[in-house]
Design a protein around this ligand. Structure first.
Ligand SMILES: Nc1ncnc2c1ncn2[C@@H]1O[C@H](COP(=O)(O)OP(=O)(O)OP(=O)(O)O)[C@@H](O)[C@H]1O
Ligand SMILES: [Mg+2]
Length: 633
């Protein structure tokens, strides 16, 4: 025999594990050859991977080579043979492996899936190095590799993924706090930018939008190179904590004209408040009152007449003054209301006996039925200026809602008790909104950078909930309607996604929940066609809507301890095998299971390092470092 042949035969006999003894669906049992029951196998002085749970094996059936993973092993005693047939008791033991089939080799490439099943007595082998590499080659033909780390069990074996496979997919990154999710996320995007940032086409076509709830991806001062160098990034540090707010995110006017946004922002109740808002913004009545300053002033007058001549005893006496104050609060541009309020406070009186308003000017009384009454109202509002054309879009919406509110209650269309809470929310929410967004002219073509980070760290809870929705919906709609779908790419990235995608939060109204989930569910179901992909990271997969989790294509699963979270993953991630699955609670920080379409087989990887300058701001504090000298115990 020539040397080559000796090599092949020798190797085969070393790597041979045993033979198939049962086939039950995907699960195959293999009886291990007696002489292979050692802890290590050597071939030409080199250590060959031993037969352990988690190893891959190859089963040959004629020319077919089927690949599986050892999921368990057990021993059985050979009860049919009498003792005298054995040289020792140990020889009486049968070692059996439980192998789960994963795929097969075809034209020298590993393919996932079951093409055929083995037969009893087919031989089973450990994989050699090249075969092992083939199983872990996750780059489809024509795709470009991106390095993300190394195999955790076989250090030194790098793991690269195909860019098309990974980035044209919805990605989920899950794990307990401190398990390395944000780091993994940062690593992915840092790597893709390192590869492409100098490409003109990339700059033109690829957009990434990161929602950062904890301010991990923006630095408060100094050069901001987290993830990628500052020059490729637009950073918005939003804030509702100060009077002026922080950066303002540009939003087209038409977005804020949608009643739904206001229903959500104002937490409108389903039965009365929601129809009211819809009506206020869509029914043309209020719009017609706001066509010019004069027309609006006329509306003020007729509302005041309505209030003063209304015989409804339930209308509170302060209604008129509140009406004027509320108009004044809508915009700085509304002037002269103070003196009008003063006028009515000084001269307008109420007669309880007759339930009637009257003017009392220096003893001269004018009853509401008298002709002169309306002239006095004109006099009262003469100082008011309502330059409708000068107020901005948000102020206009506020004015619309306020106007509709007073109109409705004066005319008895709505009940004040039902709407008042909505109006009082309006007073706090609108100033918050103004702090964080600015209305962008339709024609504006802001220079778009490839990466946008929006820090939500300094937002109050309401804004944290509504803004991500507003932004994602806006970006998605824009992309969906755009004409360059095929080339441009949009990746919406949400770290700490449980903040907005949880299903169980009880405090919020049903429809808010629906709207929120629908938006993201639509992106996840339909986004692919329009080049929109979602990447979410979260500590609590069990909190996130199962529809969302189950539609993700690729999963980076870090350490998960809580049983509910593990179950949520078990229910939805079908790619995971039992061995990987059971290692979830014990994964070290920075190690995760990668499973999904991009990986032929689930693998445990150690995510690669990123240089310090690009790391997110998420260091775990080392208390002892700041506690001075410790006393000897
Ligand atoms: N692959 C890694 N290599 C080196 N350090 C890592 C790696 N992954 C994570 N770390 C470190 O572990 C710590 C926690 O990581 P990280 O902030 O990414 O966790 P997390 O899962 O996002 O936690 P949280 O849910 O609280 O946001 C950080 O200090 C980070 O630098
Ligand atoms: Mg994190």
């Amino acid at each position: 025999m020539n040397n080559e042949l000796i090599d092949i035969v020798g190797k085969a006999s070393v790597l041979k594990v045993g033979a198939v003894i049962s086939v039950e669906g995907r699960t195959v049992k293999v009886l291990v050859d007696r002489e292979k029951n050692t802890s290590h196998l050597f071939y030409k002085g080199e250590l060959v991977k031993s037969i352990v749970v988690g190893s891959y094996v190859k089963i040959t059936k004629g020319f077919e080579e089927l690949v599986g993973k050892i999921e368990g092993e057990f021993i059985e005693e050979d009860i049919f043979q009498s003792r005298k047939n054995y040289s020792s008791d140990a020889a009486k033991i049968k070692r059996i492996l439980v192998v789960s089939l994963l795929g097969y080799f075809h034209d020298d490439v590993f393919e996932r899936g079951i093409k055929e099943l083995p037969l009893i007595d087919n031989e089973c082998f450990l994989l050699d190095e090249t075969e092992f590499a083939k199983v872990h080659n996750f780059i489809k033909k024509g795709d470009i590799p991106i390095h993300i780390g190394q195999l955790a069990q076989e250090r030194g074996i790098p793991i690269s993924l195909g860019i098309n496979g990974l980035f044209a997919s919805h990605i989920g990154i899950f794990g307990n706090t401190g398990s390395g999710k944000s780091y993994t996320l940062a690593n992915l995007y840092h790597s893709i930018f390192r590869k492409y940032k100098n490409s003109k086409d990339f700059q033109k076509n690829a957009f990434f939008f990161l929602i950062d709830f904890n301010g991990e991806y923006v630095q408060d001062n100094g050069a901001d190179n987290i993830l990628i160098e500052a020059k490729y990034k637009n950073i918005y540090r939003l804030s509702t904590h100060t009077r002026e707010g922080g950066d303002k995110f540009p939003i087209p006017e038409k977005i804020i004209q949608e009643p739904l946004i206001w229903t959500v922002l104002l937490e409108a109740t389903e039965k009365t408040q929601k129809p009211f808002i819809k009506n206020a913004l869509e029914n043309g009545f209020v719009d017609r009152q706001m066509t010019s300053a004069d027309v609006y002033k006329n509306f003020i007058k007729s509302t005041i007449i309505g209030i003063t001549k209304n015989k409804d005893k339930n209308l509170e006496k302060a209604l008129l003054v509140n009406f004027l104050r509320d108009i004044q609060e809508c915009s700085d541009k509304m002037t002269g209301l103070d003196s009008a309020i003063q006028f009515f406070q000084d001269f307008l009186q109420y007669n309880n006996k007759f339930s009637d308003y009257y003017f009392d000017q220096n003893g001269q009384q004018t009853r509401s039925a008298e002709n002169n009454f309306d002239t006095l109202i004109d006099q009262g509002i003469s100082t008011i200026a309502t330059p409708i054309d000068q107020i901005n879009a948000i102020e206009k919406i506020r004015l619309k809602i306020i106007s509709a509110y007073y109109n409705d209650i004066v005319r008895g269309y709505s009940n004040k008790e039902h709407l008042a809470p909505l109006i009082s929310r309006l007073k706090t929410r609108i100033p918050d909104l103004v702090k964080v967004i600015e209305i962008q002219a339709d024609t504006a073509t802001a220079a778009k950078k490839n990466f946008t980070v929006v820090s939500m760290k300094d937002l109050n809870i309401h804004m944290r909930k509504i803004l991500p929705l507003l932004f994602c919906k806006h970006l998605y709609d824009e992309k969906r309607k755009g004409t360059t779908n095929q080339q441009t790419y949009l990746n919406l990235i949400v770290d700490e996604a449980h903040n907005i995608m949880s299903e169980s939060s009880q405090r919020e109204s049903e429809q808010w929940k629906d709207y929120r989930l629908e938006t993201f569910e639509e992106i996840i179901k339909e986004g692919r066609k329009f080049g929109v992909f979602l990447t979410i990271a979260s500590q609590r997969p069990s909190d996130i809507s199962p529809t969302i989790i189950s539609q993700l294509h690729n999963y980076f699963l870090h350490r998960l301890i809580n049983n509910n979270d593990i179950k949520a993953i078990e229910r939805t991630v079908s790619y995971l095998d039992k061995v990987s699955f059971e290692s979830l609670p014990i994964l070290p920080t920075g190690t995760c299971i990668l499973a999904g379409l991009v990986a032929q087989v689930p693998v445990v990887i150690e995510v690669g390092k990123i240089q310090d300058a690009y790391k997110p701001l998420n260091q775990t504090i080392e208390p002892a470092k700041y506690w001075g000298t410790a006393a000897e115990s």
